[in-house]
Write a new protein. Structure first.
Lengths: 332, 368, 566
């Protein structure tokens, strides 16, 4: 019996990523979006990809905790602000993929720490039936949402766990012309109408779809996903504008499978991969100019007024903004 | 503490159980009357139905058929808490979370009596059962005998019309049992409450009861005073249950004035008979061990006595008495002699004569 | 309860025993490394920053969110304790005192099992489906729109329904053990049913009621997943805050400090509960076996009321589970109710790794943890080794603490070399072993109390060394305890989340974490499918274990109640 136990212990003892050529990935994208892409790479190259899905906050926290002994090789698919934080925490290293030069400057870190794989933005997703019942038009402005008719009818992401929430805070900040006081004043008023803050960015899409709330403020892919599932949803943008979001990719500092990881990042910035954004109905725009564009998505994005975001500034002020949100906005 | 004892009547009460663990315990057409102030004992072996009968009187079990009348009031369908009875349980059932005082006061509180009245009554009854000053204690601080007394106090303080005891002494050791039964008897007489007492201990039953109802397999075998039951058992079962007995098979030869002539060990003897018997009938003769005298082999025997030769096969010296097993005509007879230090002992294997008065041979129909 | 037979030998002899001493040293080493060290590191992180400091705690208490979280945790725990105990009491009364036909009791037992064998937040998901703003019950059946189940109300309801079975199982045992002649005594003294209930039954059940209350309070304090789903920002609680502090705000120190805030009430409740159960019980055990039918101690009106309450609860619980099964089989609940096997297809393809990983971990836990529990129980109950009581208490600490605290402590302690264990299966197994072995240890000591120590003395007198005696004599006799311990470990390994959510990694994933992810990503169909799988697997394990126990004549040890209530 003792021998069996000893054997079991040895088998399970800390063994670093054992398969010789595997790539370990942390991603914030929902599995349904990320897995097909990773599978495509593995099918093409024969290199398996081991990934785990975490929310942006968890992702950065875990990678930071593992700084001295990183488990992941690549952070693939997370909002830009997360990468700003990661850069500040010193857990990623610069790597410029082969197609790096073709990416527009606002879509990457100038030093090459991270590069956008896709473009994204925020929108209002509304339940058509509920709106009709209440005789309301779908909201087209941030101030529309302050209407008492929406009391307890809005769901959106919790800033403590979701990157989408930060996009929302930033959108409001930029929409109010970078006036932080006005922005937070607005958010306090908005809070009165919020039913619940969801843990993940897309967490409000299904409840809104099922009629538990009228409006869900979420990232574009989540909203389109719900529509694809067959829910009767309307999508609108606030005319004051929404923040332009990038979903990025970066190499982890001290990655154990650096070789394989860099090859994977290289592939990310090829037409093959970027085409998948359209083919797989990821509902985000590619960053490589030659990537094929989903017509519906492009038409949608045309409606939006995209506000540019200063990622360096965000990286420095992220914690402060979130703390303000916790201490002032959600206080009842 | 005055109590008007009620008259209890059971009329053809029956109950059937289908519990697997106990077998089919039943009460089968039991009719009894208990007079006011009387202590009647239900006596019998386990499973005879005595406890079930008691519980039906209390109201814990409804009878399947028959009626129960207390002072001619039909209580058969009445709930327990309306019958105004006092029940003393075998395990005392003292409330462990209440003090002795609160235990005894429980029934009085239910009646809604005032605090002063309750205090006075409780203290009086505790003194009555010999536990003054025990009011503040808890049941787990009391000995078995003390717990028993508290249980009795609790039952009598509410001045019930009936007092019911369910084998209250069976958890006590022998000496304590004797002492307690004397106290219970004294208490009952003093309070004059009609009482039904259940036990399997025949000595206990005989010591305290006014009358005893012997039960067997759900039926009442015989009712009577201890003296009646001992002297004139009407069935082999009763004869064997009350006291020890020698059952001698005999054959009736002919009836006679005041008795019957039977053949016993080949000899003729005239014995008293309560019921008419026919010649040729097989009967049993009941002979109590203390009625058997042992005499030396060649001693003279008084003329009217029945004597026969035997051999001592066993002897147990018990201090105040000695018990012998004597072989007579192929049967082993039990005999008891008192004051053996004065009368001497017979050795095992010694040839003796056993003698008894013919009147000691009671005739019973049927075999043993 | 009669005292256990005293262990033989002297402490000094125990020390010199060539087999016993190394085993105890090994046990101590394991407990020190995997229980005491992580907690110490956690406290160090909270209270040490180049010198002792209260800064972290002070900063916490300064934040309104965290103050509110502390208050909410305590208030919620108290309410869940009260509500769950009351509901469990109603069920227990119905099962034990209402003289209903046997099948009622069986139905109750089976239904009540469901919350105990499912992941702890199953009720929360179902609640959203059923009673949310457009819930299938609240809106589609009763036409109540805009019902807000987020916050205290929803969390209270969900946790009460999840934990009341523990109260039911505890109180059922207590009520069944009350000597029926005590109630008969009350009746014979003229008291009516309600009075007997009030003045006799309830006071005698108080120890059980208090025990239930404390158990449920502890469970609610530690519950991390339900408030995560239903609490929202308006109802923060400590374990969820600690989790968010670390995973959302990357603040290890803050998370550690929050854990400490939670640790104090949790430990207090745990100690209170242990002290309470160790007190001499007021209840006397009945003497006469198989007492005949007594007076019905519940009036028909009372029985009707109880039946109503219990039937409603049972209906609600069943609806929840049916909703989950239903959700796992339709494409998208609420929008597209067409039948679909897609979710199960995913469970068996993409989700297979999680299932396989979880089963492997559970399978390894069972013998390791089972043996550990049994050896520990033996050392504590049967030897006079000095310091064994301390060892027993130390081994219990990880059980007493809320899972979140243990998870964070492990994260802090085992992240960096030389003991970089996070991300391995080893740490997951260790976590479960030291958290859930208590049931096995308790079962062992209970069984050993019934076995006369002279049996082992006989073995020793025939020349057997201590380990030989243990292997050939003791172990076969305590097989039921070993099996009970292993079953509990399996069940917990399949359903636990609060500690292990911090410990999953690229290499090893757990089904419960996948379920939570599914919920947060609103892949509700998938989450439901995984949940159904877990419930089926655990149910199968419980049945199998009960059958084997029955073969081993293990008595009450094998009943689901004992296995799951602990």
């Amino acid at each position: 019996m003792a021998r069996a136990l000893l054997f079991a212990a040895c088998v399970l003892l800390p063994i670093p990523a054992w398969a010789a050529d595997t790539i370990n990935v942390y991603t914030a994208w929902p599995e349904s979006l990320s897995q097909p892409i990773f599978k495509a790479y593995s099918a093409k190259t024969g290199v398996p990809i081991n990934f785990i899905r975490l929310s942006t906050g968890e992702l950065v926290a875990r990678a930071t905790a593992e700084k001295n002994n990183p488990r992941a090789d690549v952070i693939w698919g997370a909002p830009g602000d997360g990468f700003a934080a990661a850069k500040a925490a010193g857990i990623i290293e610069p790597y410029k993929a082969a197609g790096w030069a073709k990416i527009a400057p606002e879509l990457k870190d100038p030093e090459g720490y991270y590069t956008a794989v896709s473009k994204n933005t925020l929108l209002f997703m509304s339940n058509a039936k509920l709106l009709k019942e209440k005789g309301l038009k779908p909201p087209t402005s941030w101030s529309d949402l302050l209407d008492p008719a929406y009391k307890g009818q809005i769901q959106t992401a919790d800033a403590r766990t979701s990157g989408t929430a930060l996009t929302r805070i930033l959108s409001i900040y930029y929409a109010f012309g970078k006036d932080e006081e006005k922005a937070f004043d607005y958010q306090k008023k908005l809070h009165a109408n919020v039913q619940v803050y969801t843990k993940s960015g897309g967490g409000c899409t299904i409840p809104a779809a099922m009629g538990q709330a009228m409006v869900c403020i979420a990232h574009m892919p989540d909203a389109m996903e719900a529509k694809k599932k067959g829910y009767d949803m309307l999508t609108t943008f606030p005319r004051e504008g929404v923040a332009a979001v990038i979903e990025g990719v970066a190499l982890v500092k001290g990655a154990k499978n650096r070789e394989a990881a860099t090859k994977f990042i290289d592939w990310t910035f090829t037409k093959d991969m970027q085409d998948l954004l359209d083919k797989n109905e990821v509902y985000m725009l590619p960053t490589l100019p030659e990537g094929s564009v989903n017509a519906a998505v492009q038409a949608l994005m045309k409606e939006a007024k995209l506000l540019p975001v200063d990622l360096e500034w965000v990286g420095k002020n992220r914690k402060r903004l979130v703390d303000r949100w916790i201490n002032e906005v959600i206080k009842d | 503490m005055s109590a008007t004892g009620a008259r209890l009547r059971l009329v053809s009460v029956s109950k059937r159980f289908v519990r697997a663990e106990q077998g089919v315990a039943a009460v089968d057409d039991v009719s009894l009357t208990v007079e006011p102030g009387e202590l009647l004992t239900l006596l019998g072996p386990s499973g005879c139905g005595k406890t079930t009968t008691l519980r039906m009187v209390a109201g814990f079990e409804p009878p399947d058929s028959g009626r129960i009348l207390i002072d001619e009031q039909d209580v058969t369908g009445l709930m327990v808490y309306r019958r105004n009875i006092g029940f003393v349980f075998q395990n005392y059932a003292l409330f462990p979370h209440l003090t002795v005082f609160e235990n005894v006061a429980y029934g009085l509180r239910v009646k809604g009596l005032g605090a002063a009245v309750i205090r006075e009554k409780v203290e009086r009854v505790l003194a009555l059962v010999g536990l003054p000053g025990y009011a503040r204690r808890f049941s787990n601080q009391l000995s078995g005998g003390e717990q028993q007394r508290v249980a009795v106090a609790r039952a009598v303080v509410v001045e019930p019309r009936l007092l019911l005891f369910d084998e209250p002494l069976s958890n006590l050791d022998a000496k304590l049992r004797v002492q307690m039964r004397e106290e219970l008897s004294r208490l009952q007489r003093q309070l004059a409450i009609t009482t039904i007492y259940v036990t399997h201990d025949q000595e206990e039953a005989m010591a305290i009861s006014d009358r005893i109802a012997v039960m067997q397999a759900g039926r009442v075998a015989q009712v009577g005073t201890a003296h009646d039951l001992y002297r004139a058992p009407r069935s082999v079962f009763v004869a064997q249950f009350i006291g020890r007995v020698n059952l001698l098979p005999a054959r009736v030869l002919r009836a006679d004035a005041g008795g019957a002539v039977v053949a016993l060990w080949g000899r003729e003897v005239t014995v008293p008979a309560d019921e008419p018997v026919a010649a040729g009938q097989s009967v049993s003769l009941v002979l109590r061990p203390e009625s058997v005298a042992l005499l030396p082999e060649r001693a003279g025997v008084p003329a009217q006595e029945f004597a026969i030769a035997g051999v001592v096969r066993g002897r147990t010296f018990l201090g105040e008495k000695v018990e012998y097993a004597v072989e007579v005509g192929g049967t082993l007879l039990q005999a008891v002699s008192y004051d053996p230090l004065r009368h001497g002992l017979f050795d095992v294997g010694a040839p003796v004569q056993i003698a008894c008065a013919p009147a000691s041979l009671r005739l019973l129909r049927g075999q043993g | 309860m009669s005292p256990a037979p005293a262990p033989a030998g002297s402490p000094r002899a125990a020390l010199r025993d060539p087999v016993l001493a190394p085993v105890v040293v090994l046990l101590w080493a394991a407990v020190a490394l995997f229980v005491l060290y992580p907690v110490t590191r956690l406290l160090a992180l909270t209270f040490w920053d180049d010198g002792p400091t209260l800064a972290a705690v002070v900063e916490l208490v300064g934040s309104w969110q965290h103050r509110r979280a502390l208050w909410n945790s305590l208030a919620l725990a108290g309410l869940v304790g009260a509500a769950g105990t009351a509901l469990g009491f109603a069920f227990a009364l119905l099962a034990v005192r209402a003289n209903l036909p046997r099948w009622v009791g069986t139905v109750l037992d089976t239904i009540v099992l469901l919350p105990l064998i499912s992941p702890p937040f199953t009720a929360a998901i179902a609640l959203i489906f059923a009673l949310g703003p457009r819930g299938l019950i609240s809106y589609h059946v009763f036409g109540i729109a805009g019902l807000n189940i987020y916050g205290l109300g929803g969390t209270l309801l969900s946790e009460t329904l999840t934990y009341f079975p523990i109260a039911y199982l505890t109180l059922k045992g207590v009520l069944a053990n009350i000597d029926p002649t005590l109630e008969d005594g009350g009746f014979s003294l003229g008291a009516r049913r309600w009075r007997v209930f009030r003045t006799i039954t309830v006071p005698l059940a108080v120890p059980g009621i208090a025990n239930s209350f404390l158990l449920l309070t502890a469970a609610s304090l530690a519950d991390f997943a339900t408030p995560l789903i239903l609490g929202g920002t308006r109802f923060p609680v400590l374990p969820t805050q600690a989790f968010l502090q670390i995973t959302g705000l990357y603040d290890m120190r803050g998370g550690a400090a929050l854990s400490f805030l939670l640790l104090v009430p949790a430990l207090a409740v745990f100690v209170a509960q242990r002290w309470w159960t160790e007190r001499r019980s007021v209840v006397t055990v009945t003497g006469k076996a198989g007492a005949a039918t007594r007076v019905r101690s519940l009036s028909p009106g009372a029985v009707a009321a109880l039946v109503l309450v219990c039937a409603l609860t049972v209906l609600l619980v069943l609806t929840f589970y049916l909703l989950i099964v239903f959700a796992s089989m339709v494409r998208a609940l609420g929008a597209d109710n067409s039948f679909s096997t897609a979710h199960y297809a995913h469970v068996f393809s993409g989700g297979l790794k999680a299932i396989r990983d979880t089963l492997v971990i559970a399978a390894v836990c069972m013998p390791v943890g089972g043996l550990f529990a049994v050896v520990l129980g033996y050392v504590v109950a049967r030897t006079r080794f000095p310091g064994r009581r301390a060892l027993e208490f130390a081994a219990m600490i990880n059980y007493a603490l809320p899972g979140t605290i243990v998870g964070i402590a492990y994260l802090v302690a085992f992240n960096d070399p030389p003991l970089a264990l996070t991300g391995t299966a080893f740490i997951l197994v260790i976590c479960y072993v030291f958290r859930y072995s208590l049931a096995g240890t308790r079962a062992t000591t209970a069984l050993l109390a019934q076995i006369d120590p002279s049996i082992e003395e006989a073995s020793a007198s025939l020349g057997a060394r201590r380990d030989v005696t243990f292997r050939r004599i003791v172990l076969p006799l305590i097989r039921p305890a070993l099996l009970a311990g292993m079953t509990v470990l399996f069940i917990r390994a399949m359903t636990a989340i609060s500690a292990t959510i911090f410990l999953v990694s690229l290499s090893w994933s757990l089904v419960t974490v996948r379920i939570l992810e599914g919920i947060t990503n609103l892949e509700l169909g998938q989450a439901s499918a995984f949940s159904v799988m877990v419930i089926l697997l655990v149910y199968a394990a419980v049945i199998l274990s009960s059958l084997i126990m029955r073969r081993l004549n293990a008595g009450s040890l094998g009943q689901a109640g004992t296995l799951l209530g602990g």
